[in-house]
Design a binder for this molecule. Structure first.
Ligand code: 7TS
Length: 423
């Protein structure tokens, strides 16, 4: 879209020194099909800065041992580093205490933990679980499973044509008195919508229910304060915020966590084991059965420190300015359909379709020019159903994304149009 006002804007982000940030990410120097990689798939997983890679290497080179067990020096080092990581991650989300933070494999495991442990203990026939049509499958299927087991019923908040939750329906749903828990995404991975979580929390709490926030697309992208948000549970993934794969966490408000039964049984989570019953370790270890992903937790903490050094406010401002730029530039591509709200209400996630080509074909053509996007249902089939489509193409941005990469995306869509026979 060269020639449009948007495309001739300065390449440098007004808030973030992107070129400097990019030097911290070795993978961004890769070439794909002869082009420098334009990685526009950060909502699936983020790239890793040198600081995270170095923390992982340092852990394995000078600290590796199992945690909480050995009385030897390496085990002490590993335990200290693992627990220090918990404190770093707790501070990142404003958790009042590190003992309220459980390390998990990621958002999916965090939500399964809540649905299984809290859900089994607190839900029964007549109770309701409130979800939204915007949720990732990770925030739907665990609730479907627990609803089947307990006899609880699922209710849904719908989405409007612009990708916003229809909050006007919330009081009516809550007035029924059946909702025991609401589970809502902080940021939609399919539409980019930033949801008004605090407003939802107030209404949900006034109705005597709890609120789980799926923070997979929130935690590494802007400042999160779980108390300010009013959440009772906050689930997030390390790998989507520049940490290693297989790392993640769940924060649970202390009073709620105290009452929850164990999720999995095994080593580390017990105090004492007898033949027919056992007692549980202190929080949060009661919820961390088996050898945890020690390196993952340490790498996730290194990612938090890195993102903290850049500044979460700057990251959000950068993503939003890119989203605004991209919405305008993509909006001028003939035959394009954009999904989701205006830039001010969205993160750096932009889903679209083209009249001439299926999302999979769009992605394949772009890949030939070194541009990586996601195509498919984005694990959000209720979103696809809402808009009457089977799949969408999605570009997603992070702190290392440049305007030039957005320009390449727009140009690439021109190639898609010419290949698929548009005039
Ligand atoms: N919730 C949301 C909102 C997500 O975007 C994702 C992953 C998850 C939960 C699950 O996270 P995980 O780390 O446990 O897998 N979203 C995506 C995506 O958009 N493309 O690939 C994974």
């Amino acid at each position: 879209m060269s020639g449009t006002g948007a495309a001739t804007a300065p390449l440098q982000s007004p808030v973030l020194d992107v070129e400097r940030v990019r030097r911290d990410f070795p993978i961004l120097g890769e070439r794909v099909n002869g082009y420098p990689i334009a990685y526009l798939d950060s909502a699936a997983t983020a790239q890793k800065p040198r600081a995270v890679l170095a923390a992982l290497r340092d852990y394995y080179e000078s600290q590796n041992a199992n945690v909480h067990r050995g009385l030897h020096e390496l085990s002490r080092r590993a335990t200290e580093a693992y627990e220090a990581a918990r404190t770093t991650v707790a501070e990142w989300i404003g958790a009042p205490s590190p003992s309220e933070v459980i390390f998990t494999r990621g958002t999916t495991e965090s939500i399964n933990l809540v649905a299984t442990s809290w859900g089994s203990a607190n839900l029964g026939p007549g109770d309701e679980i409130l979800l939204t049509e915007m949720e990732h499958h990770s925030n739907l299927v665990p609730w479907q499973l627990v609803a089947k087991r307990t006899g609880a019923k699922l209710r849904y908040l719908q989405i409007d044509g612009d990708g916003r939750l229809i909050l006007e329906a919330l009081p009516g749903i809550l007035a029924g008195g059946g909702v025991r828990i609401a589970a809502v995404g902080h940021v939609s991975n399919a539409l980019g919508t930033i949801n008004p979580v605090r407003e939802i929390a107030e209404e949900v709490h006034a109705a005597g229910a709890l609120l789980l926030v799926d923070g997979a697309q929130g935690a590494g992208h802007h400042r999160v304060d779980v108390r300010e948000l009013g959440a009772d549970f906050y689930a997030f993934s390390g790998h989507k915020m520049c940490g290693p794969t297989g790392s993640g966490a769940l924060w649970v408000r202390g009073e709620v966590l105290e009452e929850m039964p164990p999720y999995q049984g095994g080593g580390e989570m017990i105090e004492f084991v007898r033949r027919h019953e056992s007692t549980w370790a202190d929080l949060p270890h009661k919820f961390e059965a088996g050898t945890p992903n020690i390196a993952g937790a340490i790498g996730m903490a290194a990612a938090v420190k890195y993102l903290g050094g850049v500044g979460p406010e700057k990251i959000l401002a950068h993503e939003q300015s890119l989203a605004e730029y991209a919405l305008e530039a993509l909006g001028e591509v003939p035959g394009i359909r954009l999904f989701g709200p205006p830039a001010a209400e969205r993160a750096g996630i932009l889903s679209f379709r083209m009249d001439v080509a299926h999302p999979h074909d769009i992605s394949t053509v772009l890949d030939r020019e070194g541009i990586a996007i996601r195509a498919g249902h984005h694990c959000a089939q209720l979103v696809m159903e809402r808009y009457g489509v089977g799949a969408m193409a999605r570009a997603s941005f992070y702190l290392y994304t440049t305007q030039e990469e957005v320009d390449r995306l727009v140009k690439g869509l021109g190639t898609v149009r010419s290949i698929f026979g548009a005039p």
